[in-house]
Design a binder for this molecule. Sequence first.
Ligand code: ZN
Length: 329
Amino acid sequence: MDESNSGGVRDARRRRQRINRMKTTIVATIAIWMLVSMIVCVALTVKVVGLNHKINRILDYYEEQLKSSSVTMDDTDVSGKNEGNSEEVFAPGEPEEYDTDTKTQYTDAEGNRYVTGEQQKVYLTFDDGPSDNTDEILDVLAEYQVKATFFVVGKTDEHSKAMYRRIVEEGHTLALHSYSHKYSSIYQSLDAYKKDLTKLSDLLYDVTGVRPKYVRFPGGSSNRVSNVDMREFIKYVTDEGYKYFDWNVVSGDATNQAYTSEDLVDNVMSGIANYQTSIVLMHDATNKTSTVEALRTVIEQLQGMGVELLPIDDNTKEIHHMELNSEKN
Ligand code: ZN
């Protein structure tokens, strides 16, 4: 009996030990699974975040491409345009987006073809400033006694205010582009656009005492970024008494491509060769230093050809990518 008793106790102890081992194994397995799951979760989260960033970058780039595709006049193909890389980081108050355009040639409406021997008119226009480059551009213009047009964005720092004043004081045309230059907000609704444009007009009036009369839509009047039919905006600005100006020659300084200043000069010169009146799109945003370099050469060549270089005024032929009565594109 004793033996069988002690045998029973041993069995029971072994069973307990076995059960304990099984418990330990199960707990350890669960713990390992939990740990592995957590690691996998963390790894997947990191991956998802990474992919999200990637998707956002691709979407930004795509949006840029779409924006730039909208600027042709009689040619509606969607060629990629991109003004600057979408990775650009803007300080508060900087334009979030730039108009982009890889096309350097426009086929203009009849009536504006260059006729040999006729006096050509060229309007140099600078978008997206003021910036650090604006001083230099104004210096070059002053040196050659050329007046130009600046479609500005809204900035309230002292330097920018000084630039708005200098543009006016030196006889250039100060014109409205957009206060925020954020396509996503201004083209959300007519109301949003009105507020943005009014804010810019008020700022420029406060700083310079001048109410600008001319408007350039970010991306041009035929941009395809706007959620609202662009003709609503065109109707609004014209009802308000503004004239809007697009362009028929681009320097190419808005593109992604690493154009040298020589390329920019070539683009402008080959563009204006087609027209009686050329409105040349350039930019005086911070990152457009090649524009400053190209400007001197462009002016010298144009003056050498006897071309008239003028600031936009009420007599300027209006170049429009879209009219109020255009077919919806
Ligand atoms: Zn712009």
